[in-house]
Design a protein around this ligand. Structure first.
Ligand code: U2P
Length: 221
């Protein structure tokens, strides 16, 4: 009975377009629509339970600010993940080449397996595109290495990025933060790109945004 009810709920969610969830398939057959580059605010991650155990990214002296979380091939609604590949292994050289902007070996391997395999690119090309898109976005000066907490609004973060990056619009960005409506830590800034690597408006996946009045950016360590 419970399983019939569960199946009914899944069908209702998909038919009504409410399900912003991964496609439940491990195949490459449906082509994705656009890319999301997800930039993580490293100090927020480092103050979390898992971040505190992550010496590579978070030990003192690792003064990371925005780092790459991942480059995600997206459907307009939902996304493919863990696609078929003959190239599961991520070699040491590839990992080393990415560590400056993606400072975690585990994350690099995970992002390739979960998202890169669905990009229709080889592994080398995928990571090359990660860097190319990351370099397209200039970080406004105040977010490069703040030594004190920044208390701003989500709108300020967006407008600072827009001022610094020609061609960038609010509709191409999505700020992610903790759940509080009052004050929450910045977790990520997501930026949407076409399959050709041009800035574009985001899709339904990015509609869920930070709703906090005040956004807290812990300082770099
Ligand atoms: O948001 C939680 C995790 O879900 C995955 N995600 C989220 C939004 C989206 O548009 N695409 C997507 O893949 C991310 O999973 P991860 O890559 O970290 O395993 C995100 O962290």
């Amino acid at each position: 009975m419970a399983s019939v009810f569960f199946r009914f709920c899944v069908v209702v969610l998909f038919v009504s377009g409410w399900a912003v969830a991964p496609a439940l398939s491990r195949s490459n057959d449906r082509i994705f629509d656009y890319f999301t580059l997800s930039l993580s605010w490293s100090p927020t991650y480092c103050s979390s339970k898992s971040g505190r155990k992550d010496r590579n990214q978070c030990q003192s002296g690792r003064r990371y600010a925005f780092v790459v979380h991942g480059l995600w091939p997206q459907y307009e609604n939902g996304w493919p993940q863990y696609c078929k590949t003959n190239h599961y292994w991520v070699g040491r050289g590839q990992i080393k080449r990415m560590l400056d902007i993606m400072p975690s070996k585990r994350l690099i391997i995970h992002e390739w397996k979960k998202h890169g395999t669905c990009s229709r690119l080889g592994q080398k090309e995928y990571f090359k595109l990660v860097r190319t898109l990351y370099k397209k976005i200039l970080t406004p000066a105040r977010y490069i290495a703040p030594s004190r907490p920044l208390l701003i609004t989500p709108e300020t973060l967006i407008s600072d990025f827009i001022k610094t990056n020609k061609g960038l619009k609010a509709s191409m960005l999505s700020v992610q933060c903790g759940n509080s409506r009052n004050r929450a830590r910045l977790s990520e800034l997501r930026i949407c790109f076409s399959k050709k690597g041009q800035l574009i408006d985001c899709g339904a996946n990015e509609r869920r945004k930070c709703r906090a009045k005040t956004l807290v950016l812990p300082p770099v360590r």
